[in-house]
Design a protein around this ligand. Sequence first.
Ligand SMILES: *Cc1c(COP(=O)(O)O)cnc(C)c1O
Length: 400
Amino acid sequence: MTKQHKFQVDENGFYGAFGGAYVPEILYATVKSLQEQYLPIVESEAFQQEYRQLLKDYVGRPSPLYEARRMSEQYGCRLFLKREDLNHTGAHKINNTIGQILLARRMGKTRIIAETGAGQHGVATATVCALMGMQCEIFMGATDIERQHTNVERMKMLGASVHAVRTGNMTLSDACSEAIRDWCCHPADTFYIVGSTMGPHPYPDLVARMQSIISEELKWQLQEKTGRDYPDYLIACIGGGSNAAGTIYHYADDERVRIVLAEAGGHGWDTDHTAATIHRGTPGILHGAKMLVMQDDDGQIEEAFTISAGLDYPGVGPMHCHMAQVGRTEVLSINDDEAIRAGYELTRLEGIIPAIESAHAVAALSKLSFRPDDVVVLTVSGRGDKDIETYLANPQEPTR
Ligand SMILES: *Cc1c(COP(=O)(O)O)cnc(C)c1O
């Protein structure tokens, strides 16, 4: 099934110089058994059948590939939107949580933990826990609990316990640390559902495989709509890197395809208020893996800043560190105001309100120059319902 590509994780859990599994000794056995078991389980026919059935009937896949004609005209190309915003729970995150909970069940685990920032991964995890009747504990920074209140209420309604994390800046990075701490206390019965292509090996690979359904669908959808199964450009936003990983997975080796990723510049990647980790970061170890991390000269993690809660993380997944370093991907830093403007533009030209995370990808369009027959695929990672207040606090004039 899943094709191997040359940017695949190696047998030691690395992508070039990045990745690995740097975990406390008490987790060695747990992580090792996950490393040994995940591929046989995920590649088994029984798993694939259950996973794909749920993606179809519960998540609503395949997600449409929509040709955005007015936006195409605006940018002088053939623009297609991969509509992950139409998935159940409103984003791509559920592709991953469905897969991981099926894995957890097959490994005999009974208790689920997860970290969340904006609350999207928390909601996607609480959703699949309700679906499978599993105990669910979500770790979330106290700051995020306040600013993402609706998602907290959704998680509670779904039956999850939401634990307020009051260390550090009380945001996503602290929630990750707290989830790892909890995992150390309950390694035997607990499965940690990681929300992005980060964490110790095998998580980055596991999450990328779960999201690879995005590019798997793109192949036949493009064939149907354009007569060839690859685009000239793939564009996605990148926080930890999971929707980007899914979008590029089956095209990583295809040099005909240009890959453009949009990270969160905040006020600008060269200011103190940024989450542009690939522009700004240096190699370091965070939450179990070696990656590019925003840190000071003493290795203290610097706080990330962006208007987008889902991109607000001082690290980025190891696969993306490697692909950017070798020049396979082109990474643009998109500032808050550019993302907001692009979010309004997509709303007014196509009637699609994107998540502010996804609006970063939309903003990348204006930084590229296309030929009229270029086929451009842009992943709309999520819908903007959760961001309406932020959009309205930053009003824009109609573009047309
Ligand atoms: C969480 C989230 C992201 C960022 O996470 P990645 O792992 O980088 O994909 C992007 N878009 C939406 C809508 C999200 O919820």
